[in-house]
Design a protein around this ligand. Sequence first.
Ligand SMILES: [Zn+2]
Length: 328
Amino acid sequence: MKKYDIGIDLGGTKVLCALIEKNEKDPQERKILFEVKKKTKKEKGNKKVTARLFEALDELFEISKIKKEEINSIGIAIAGQIDRNNGTVINACNLECKNLEIKKLIEEKYSIKTQVYNDVEAAATGELILGAGKNHKDILCVFIGTGIGSSIIIDKKIFHGVSGSAGEIGHIIVDLNGRSCSCGGVGCLEAYASRSAIESRIQGAVKKGRKSIITELADGQHISTKHIKQALDAHDEVTVQYVNEAIEYLSGGLASAINFFNPELIILGGGLIQGIDEIYLKTIRLAKAKALKVASEKTEFKKAELGDYSGVIGATLTEEYNNVIRNH
Ligand SMILES: [Zn+2]
């Protein structure tokens, strides 16, 4: 077995390519040796996204001076709907990609075995094998950032569902007559508890004349997690109000998931959780309080441990993941 893998995390705002080294003595350890990050914001559509990705990969080979022959496999995590069997992107809204044969294109250009994952699944696999989920069996991983994604792990296996879409906790309905959601539905959790939900609530309030220091902090750009954190630290009234509102919905959604699934462990990750400790802590406290006692008393909460690298690391863990299932 060669000791290097390449992990790629392809999302709506950036592509991250990393050269990852396995530790032969400790199979549970991974080291990121080199990484290349490029923005994907304006580069949408199949052709531009692929070109950007190849540019990043070429640069990774260049700076690391590694040869293709030394690479065991490439794993790519993509924010979108994936066909696992043939490695195509069925639909990735944020990248405006449709029916993109990404596995085939990478294998043709680099002659390296490639595996395609959904980004949430990759991150959950990373957490299961190397992160917060290591010693657990029945886990719910929820990532709260621009959107809300989740993955259900039952008996150490990712539960995919009949069409592979299981775990869409961001689209459970929390308000029948509520806000519209990016999925086309109405009242989804994501429209109430994601970073973009907080952003649009704050912007709406500012438009109506309320004052918030976040306007200065963001300076005409979109409101990031960093801005939200700074505004919270400054006790900005508007930000505190809408962050608390998001936490109420998020903890309600998680309480429903606890009642429904009774997981051993809930791993929380994503920008809002990693970036703002008080959101993490308050969400846990309220979720436990809102759930049925019998369902929640044994449920543990942990923060995701692989952070920004969960996608690139998780995407290269295919073989280990299969071993975990086999040896379990
Ligand atoms: Zn939705």
